[in-house]
Design a protein around this ligand. Structure first.
Ligand code: C5P
Length: 235
């Protein structure tokens, strides 16, 4: 087993885990795995290649051979993501891709196909892994497991604001409905459902802002890994 340290941050969408885990990776100077992006890429690429979600073997083979490149130039910016040599960073964040991701993520063979690829991100000096099953399935031996959550209404509000800031117009009620639907599918699937690992520390962020969550997470990191150094967010 690898002795490279891993911190897992799992939870539903809108819990704040994307921002928190990316910032934490920067502060530690560690690698970062955005596992949701891998599922989004499989969803998007599968749709582009007209692979039906019912053709589980074909979509799993596609996942296994996924031609993806993450380019992390500026540490303050989100990485650019290329699928089959075309940049898809913007498209990947849309609700459509989130929905496609959640559909392919319910296929056990797709999850299996992405396992090794996710574990390859475990490189020295350490890894912060963001997802739904990082602590339960992908890195069950992680040094620290955090599970961030928030009420569906709060998460929908956050997502609404994010999309509005990007100039995308959305209906809040529809968003609450989408989030509930996606949560239900993610939590009820047979393989790696969205649940906290038994040894995860659950943080409910409904009443917290990002700096408060970040403080709590730093506290947990210092307790679990007293020897690590936390730098400033931009490295
Ligand atoms: O985190 P993000 O919203 O990008 O994830 C998109 C979808 O991918 C989730 O709704 C979930 O269905 C799936 N996913 C997953 N396991 C992960 C990460 C994401 O099933 N580790």
């Amino acid at each position: 087993m690898s002795d490279i340290p891993v911190i897992t941050i799992d939870g539903p969408s809108g819990s704040g885990k994307g921002t928190i885990s990316r910032t934490l990776a920067q502060m530690l100077g560690w690698h970062f795995l955005d596992s949701g992006a891998l599922y989004r890429l499989v969803g998007l690429g599968g749709a582009r290649h007209h692979i039906a979600n019912t053709d589980e073997e074909k979509i799993a083979n596609y996942a296994r051979e996924l031609a993806v490149r993450f380019e992390t130039g500026d540490p303050d910016a989100e990485p650019r993501i290329y699928l089959e040599d075309h940049e898809v960073s913007g498209e990947l964040r849309t609700e459509t891709c989130g929905e496609l991701a959640s559909q392919v993520a319910a296929i056990p063979a797709v999850r299996e196909a992405l396992l090794a690829r996710q574990r390859d991100f475990r490189q020295a000096p350490g890894l912060v892994a963001d997802g739904r099953d990082m602590g339960t399935t992908v890195f069950p031996e992680a040094n620290l497991k955090i599970y961030l959550t928030a009420s569906a209404e709060v998460r929908a509000q956050r997502r609404y604001k994010q999309l509005k800031d990007k100039g995308i117009s959305v209906n809040l009620a529809a968003l609450v409905q989408d989030i509930n639907k996606r949560d239900a599918r993610d939590s009820s699937r047979s393989v790696s459902p969205l649940v906290p690992a038994i040894d995860a520390i659950v943080v409910d962020t409904s009443e917290m802002d990002i700096p408060q969550v970040m403080n709590r997470v730093q506290e947990l990191v210092r307790q679990a890994l007293p020897d690590v150094t936390l730098g400033s967010p931009s490295g």
